[in-house]
Design a protein around this ligand. Structure first.
Ligand code: MN
Length: 131
């Protein structure tokens, strides 16, 4: 089964890059440009993982994460925040909203996939463990 990843990101360049990196490694990707669309898609698609930009227009990623965590059907779905904030306390705040971890912008194409897959159950990753 192909793992589906939902990307909630308003920045077109980042959306494109993240989608490219995931699809190139065999994941199915759905994208949303804001939190409202993202919540709708998360509830209907029940993806295997959600990548959530924190800086979103209208409804920021903290609010989106809280809303996603209201749906028991998403309890087991990892939410990984994507944040450009490098402020002290940001990580704690991200985790307090129900995110499982975070990836810092700018996205590093060399490490991005490993960071994402560290939040997926081993049997749902496409690269697996070669050791
Ligand atoms: Mn953004």
């Amino acid at each position: 089964m192909t793992t589906k990843i939902l990307v909630i990101e308003d920045n077109e360049q980042n959306r494109y890059l993240v989608t490219y990196l995931l699809e190139a490694n065999g994941y199915k990707v759905a994208t949303a440009k804001d939190g409202y669309e993202g919540i709708d898609l998360a509830n209907s698609l029940l993806p295997g993982l959600i990548l959530l930009d924190i800086q979103l227009p209208g409804m920021d990623g903290y609010l989106v994460a809280r809303e996603l965590r209201q749906n028991p059907a998403l309890d087991d779905v990892p939410i990984v925040a994507i944040t450009s904030y490098a402020m002290v306390g940001d990580r704690e705040r991200v985790l307090a909203t129900g995110c499982n971890g975070y990836i810092e912008k700018p996205i590093n194409p060399d490490t991005f996939l490993a960071e994402v897959e560290s939040h997926l159950p081993a049997d749902t990753t496409t690269t697996g463990d070669s050791s």
